[in-house]
Design a protein. Structure first.
Length: 439
């Protein structure tokens, strides 16, 4: 093991030995290399005469570039998008995103969390988290309705076992009983369980209520108290897009991050969906944990070690996320119009969701499908009663030019995020007609 990794591990183990038990083998061995990177950083600070350390090209003390590239980007200097970004992410963006986390999550008040590490979107964040915290044969607990890419990342790439619980009760509520039963059953068989919580949920568009969130926290804390290490991962890709009063308006991460030494919380989020900047590929990983009260190591030291391990993982995979994407998001968040823009787009999506709910109340649809609960995010799902979902999807596409996503034999996912409000009634009438055609 590299001595730098050993140093990080000693800090973490002294502060909370359970975190060391939760690492994957890769996670234990990860470190952020000094070498060229640290020497370049020192040179950037002290080499006032000549700096020949970093692997970029310069001319006349400016970043070398093509006019055919820079002419397309008017308001950002070449050094802010053509040069390499740090593997941690650019400092200003990390700081402003952390500040926003505290503003959006009141339960984080007076709690210590890490400085977010920037990833190339949330898909990359999931992959990085998997490298650091999941070994082959580890168990990851997910609902039966889940984003398909979880399987590709967690099961196919990492070899983890995905253990599912039924997400909804027959009455259309989050199935806390099934969740608790699954978590406790896996905790009896494993020293560590990974629980992935995705709200707003893809594909159903459901977010838990405050009471459900509190019970999830109690369940995971109880499992930790009984001796099982719990890695609680919040996939908050669609965070903030909450359309009903009863939904929990903050990340469950904020309620988990200091509950117990055996409960380690991870938040994955980003500008991809929250800021409607999908192609810029800017995501974040943030940590929250509890350390031993009598430890000589403070929480900042632990987070510094965790951030460096995470940046080392980024360094070892993609080197760094797009500097251009990060600079654009940072400048957008610093703009005086940012809050107003975000509110405007939120209201558009909220109005679409409410229109959907009104349309789906029409009794003409009741024999064709049931509606899964939805109150947030980009999506909603229907459960077909009489036809196969994939057969219907293909029929709607071929005959009516309507595109939907089939999930399993009975479920269709509708991305109302990309529908105009006035198109919603026509869409469901076409789906109903398609069902009648097949019948």
């Amino acid at each position: 093991m590299d001595p730098i990794a050993e140093g990080f591990n000693n800090i973490i183990e002294t502060a909370n030995p359970h975190i060391m038990e939760m690492f994957s083998d890769i996670g234990k061995n990860l470190f952020f290399p000094k070498g060229i990177l640290s020497q370049s950083a020192e040179a950037k600070e002290k080499a006032h005469k000549l700096n020949a350390t970093i692997g970029i090209a310069k001319e006349q003390d400016r970043t070398m570039c093509f006019d055919t590239v820079t002419s397309l980007i008017k308001d950002i200097r070449p050094r802010e998008f053509l040069t390499y970004a740090p593997s941690f992410g650019i400092p200003g963006l990390r700081e402003i995103w952390q500040k926003a986390l505290f503003e959006k999550n009141p339960s984080l008040t007076n709690k210590g969390i890490s400085l977010p590490v920037v990833t190339c979107g949330i898909t990359h964040a999931i992959s990085v988290v998997s490298d650091i915290w999941i070994d082959p044969a580890d168990v990851v607990i997910l609902p039966d309705m889940m984003w398909g890419n979880y399987n590709l990342i967690l099961n196919v790439r990492k070899g983890a076992k995905i253990s599912k619980y039924q997400m909804f009760t027959k009455s259309g509520e989050f199935n806390l009983a099934a969740f608790e039963e699954k978590v406790k059953a896996e905790a009896k068989k494993h020293n560590k369980v990974i629980v992935l919580l995705n709200f707003p949920h893809n594909p159903t568009g459901y977010t838990i209520a405050d009471s459900e969130g509190n019970q999830i926290v109690e369940i995971l804390t109880d499992v930790a108290k009984h001796g099982t290490n719990v890695v609680a991962v919040a996939d908050d890709a669609y965070f903030g897009l909450f359309y009903e009063d009863k939904t929990m308006k903050e990340s469950i991460f904020s309620r988990l991050c200091d509950k117990h030494p055996r409960l380690f919380a991870i938040k994955m989020d980003g500008a991809t969906k929250e800021n409607f900047a999908w192609g810029l590929r800017v995501g974040f990983i943030t940590y929250g944990c509890k350390i031993e009260e009598n430890s000589d190591i403070d929480l900042c030291q632990v987070y510094d070690a965790l951030e460096k391990k995470t940046a080392g993982c980024v360094r070892a995979s993609i080197s760094n996320a797009s500097h251009l994407g990060q600079s654009i998001i940072l400048k957008s968040m610093q703009d005086e119009n940012y809050a107003a823009e975000k509110k405007e787009k939120f209201e558009i999506l909220k109005n679409r969701a409410l229109r959907l709910k009104g349309v789906l109340l029409d009794p003409k649809y009741k024999d064709a499908w049931d509606v899964y609960p939805f109150n947030s995010g980009y999506f909603m799902c229907i459960k077909l009663k009489s036809v196969n979902a994939e057969t219907l999807r293909c029929h709607l596409l071929d005959r009516y030019g309507v595109g939907l996503i089939s999930i399993g034999e009975k479920n269709l996912r509708i991305a109302f995020s990309c529908l105009e409000e006035n198109d919603i009634p026509e869409l469901f009438d076409i789906i109903l007609q398609g069902i009648e055609d097949l019948k």
